[in-house]
Structures are given as C-alpha cells and as structure tokens.
Design a binder for this molecule. Structure first.
Ligand SMILES: [Zn+2]
Length: 475
C-alpha cells in the first residue's frame, strides 16, 4: 500500500481501522475528540505490548528550535507543526528527559544514543562501548533476536553517531568505516541516508568495496532519489541507499536547488520507503529516523537551515501518525538526544514589538545555508560567488572580505563562520544562539501507541531502553 493510501484510509477511518476498535470518539471518554477526526489509540492499549517501534530523533533540538519552526509554518502555511498538534490534540504521552552521559552533564550524540540502545550511560565519543573497553549489547541485536526487522534512516552520513548507536558498537564514533561494516555483519535490513564515502572502495581507508558486499548479501543498493522513488522499483527486504558522499544537504538548499532535489530524497520520503520494506516482516520492526542536520545547523548557528530541517523532520511525525493509525500495534517515540547551540527567538525593539516582522522577514529572506555558500565559494569564480551571496542571503561582500574567505578556503568551517559573522542573523531575524556547542537542558520525549504509558513524566535517557525492552518483550 502506498503512503498516500495509508494517509487517506487512516484519516477517513475506514472499516479496517474502525473495525479494530480504535476509532476514538468523545463518547468513549478520556481524550477529547481531536480536531479533524484523527484516530487516536485509546488509553487501554497504552499499557499493552507493541509489535513495531518507530523512533524519531530530531538531533540536537533545543525547544527554541522547535518553536521557530512552528511559528514559521504558521506564517507560511497557516498551520501548526505536527509535533505541536500531538500536544494540542492530546494524542500523546509527554515526558521530560535528562540527557547526561557518564562523564558529562552535556552529552554528545554517541553517548546519548547509546544510553537508549544499551541502557547504560557511557562516555562521550563512544558507541555502546564502556570505559573498560567492553562492547555492550545494542537494541538492534535484541530486536533482531526477537525475529523483527530493523531500519535506520537519517539525513547525516549513515555511519554518523545517532544511527550508529542503534546498531553498532565501537570505542570511538569516528570509526565510521568500521560502523558501515558492522551494519552488514549485524544484519540491519534498511539503511537510507548520506555517507556513501564509507561504503565505497574509492573512499574507504581499507579499499574494500562495501557496496559490492552489500549487493552480494541481497541488498538493493541505491544512490539517487529517482532510484528510490521509481514506481517500478521492486520491493525489497534489504535496502542500502546512500544519496550523498557525506551528510545530505540541508533542507533549505534542497528547497532552493533543483539539482539537489533531483539527487537526494527528503527524510519523509526515505521513511515511507523504509516503512514499506520493514512492514513486510510479520514479526514487526524497529525503525529509527533521524533529522540529524537540525544539530548541525545548531552547531553552525544557522537560523535558515535550522528552521527548514526541523520542518523536514516534522513531516516524519505525520508519516508515523498515519502508519500507526493503520497499524495500531506500533509504539512511536518522538524526541531529541540533547540541545545544540541554544537556539532561541529573542525579543526585538522597544517592548519587543519588532520581533514578529524581524523574524518573518528575516527568515523569509534567507535562501541558503552557510554550508551551501561555503561549498559554492570553492566552486565558483569570484564575481559569481559574490552575486550568489547577495542573491541568496542579501550580504554584500567587500573585496577584502572575499580575500579573507579565499585565505581560508580549505578550512572545514572558517568560510561558513565568516559568512555568518558578516551576515549577522541575530540582527536580521531575532534568532540567536548561546554557543556552537551542545547544551544540557532537559528535553521533550513524546510517545503514543501500546506501551507509551510506560514512559513516565520524568525520565532519564537510559529509561528509554527499559521501556522499549519491556513493551517489545525483548531479552
Ligand atoms: Zn552535535
């Protein structure tokens, strides 16, 4: 069944759904009937066992980031984000989660994801590996043992920390070539994201052709959006799709640049393909979906990039909602692993009355990420680059400024950082950041479906592991 079919059937509450006794109405008590007649899992099911789990992570999401995305969507499309609607319509359990790692109040994604996956707090930088050098059992391995399938979908490199924590174990998150090999050996069924460089013989340090090895193990190996979405693509239980050498481009650039959109699928498109494949297993599945570049836009203090990647992630909540309406034996979790950058909308002007116009006009005027412009600086002649920056972010670069960029053209972040400094997004949008680092606040965790009642209002990140194991009856 196509995702569109799922959507129509789910929202119409057809016989199949209603027959399962899951069309929730106000007459049944408990939750109020949500606007638009959405189908809601009744409370009685929330203590039950789940067949499937969909785990959605907006990596490095400050609550301020979510707020920006919601205000921007209201301004542009007169609607709220899916995540806000979950709360507004009382569709979910709501928890506040403490995110510390073993050696810091401020975690990184490796330790954070590992706390969910292996149930222990470990040191920043490690993936399911304790400080004594012991490899720890991952949630992937427990899921596999139960006969279910597994999928990892991300906008980062496939081998980046968050997906890696679900299905691999290494002493250092930088061992991405090794992680790519572990996915194959551990039998992850569906892998969709960026990071082709860790699978290709040309770019792996050991020269091994992992694409060939995956193919030989029965994987459909894909490299473009067209291949992924082709109507005549044969369904497959095993898929490896890597659509960019490194992290996938930011959504703001996907929206603006047809060349990127031709090549790279959206996060929600990859998620739909993964669901279709994983749902073939009658025993159920684990699907982890990461909006990984929300975190990167936080590190880069890039308000344009952060708003659009948060919205791209938000579309996945709708996909999960539709799927769980059709498949009520599905536990869905929506959360983040930590904050990043301290992203916030700040009041502008006397009594803050210039805030709204500054934010809406400022965000609307930004049509590229600093990362995209950095890449174009390398690729384009000087004059063309200057015109592009003027066109996409309304920054008029001086000759001296372009000279400065040229001096730093081989650096990883210098060009982006200079562009941001000169662009001054705080002045243009009211959005400001407390740092380029991760932050230590408590974060939101939303859940619905069977077993979601096991998420208490206050949890530690390691509690997630306990709940998943209980609800999916894992060893
Ligand atoms: Zn980060």
């Amino acid at each position: 069944m196509s995702a569109d079919q799922i959507s129509r059937r789910g929202f119409l509450g057809t016989g199949a759904t209603a027959g399962a006794g899951l069309l929730w109405t106000s007459a049944m008590g408990g939750c109020a009937l949500p606007a638009g007649g959405r189908v809601v899992t009744p409370h009685s099911a929330e203590s039950g066992k789940a067949k499937n789990i969909i785990f959605l992570v907006a990596d490095g999401m400050n609550t301020g980031t979510w707020t920006l995305a919601d205000y921007w969507l209201q301004n542009q499309q007169n609607k709220r984000t899916e995540w806000v609607n979950l709360y507004a319509e009382q569709l979910v359990h709501r928890s506040l989660m403490e995110t510390c790692s073993a050696n810091s109040l401020v975690t990184d994604s490796a330790a954070a994801g590992s706390s969910w996956s292996c149930g222990q707090r470990i040191n920043n930088g490690a993936i399911n590996f304790d400080p004594d050098g012991n490899s720890l059992v991952t949630i992937h391995d427990r899921i596999k043992k139960s006969g279910r399938s597994t999928g990892l979908v991300t906008t980062t490199r496939m081998t980046h920390a968050t997906p890696a924590t679900f299905a691999s174990s290494v002493s250092n998150r930088g061992m991405e070539d090794e992680i790519a090999l572990q996915y194959l050996n551990n039998g992850v069924d569906v892998l969709l994201g960026g990071g082709a460089r860790h699978f290709s013989a040309q770019t792996r340090k050991d020269g091994e052709d992992l694409f060939g090895k995956y193919k030989a193990s029965g994987y459909q190996v894909l490299q473009t959006r067209n291949e992924l979405l082709a109507p005549n693509r044969q369904s497959s239980d095993k898929i490896l799709g890597t659509f960019w050498q490194t992290h996938l481009p930011y959504s703001i650039d996907w929206n603006q640049q047809p060349k990127i959109a031709q090549r790279v699928p959206k996060l929600s498109e990859m998620m739909r393909v993964a669901l279709k494949s994983l749902d073939r297993n009658p025993n159920g599945f684990l699907l982890q979906v990461e909006g990984g570049r929300v975190d990167h836009a936080g590190h880069g203090n890039d308000p344009g990039a952060i708003v659009h990647d948060q919205l791209a992630f938000d579309e996945c909540i709708k996909v999960a909602l539709e799927f769980s309406q059709e498949n009520p034996e599905t536990l869905v979790v929506v959360t983040t692993d930590h904050g990043c950058g301290g992203c916030q909308l700040n009041g502008v002007g006397a009594s803050y009355v210039d805030t709204d116009s500054t934010f809406y006009e400022g965000i609307g005027a930004i049509r590229a990420s600093y990362e995209y412009l950095k890449n174009q600086h390398k690729a384009l002649p000087r004059e063309e680059f200057r015109d592009l920056v003027e066109e996409l972010i309304q920054l008029s670069l001086t000759e001296a400024q372009i000279d400065t960029l040229d001096e730093h053209k081989d650096g990883l972040y210098e060009v982006s950082n200079y562009l941001r400094k000169w662009h001054d997004p705080f002045k243009r949008t009211g959005v400001n950041f407390t740092s380029s680092n991760h932050t230590g606040e408590f974060v939101e965790l939303s859940s619905w479906g069977p077993g979601s009642g096991s998420f208490n209002a206050w949890i530690k990140n390691t509690d997630v592991n306990q709940v998943i194991r209980k609800v999916l009856e894992l060893s």
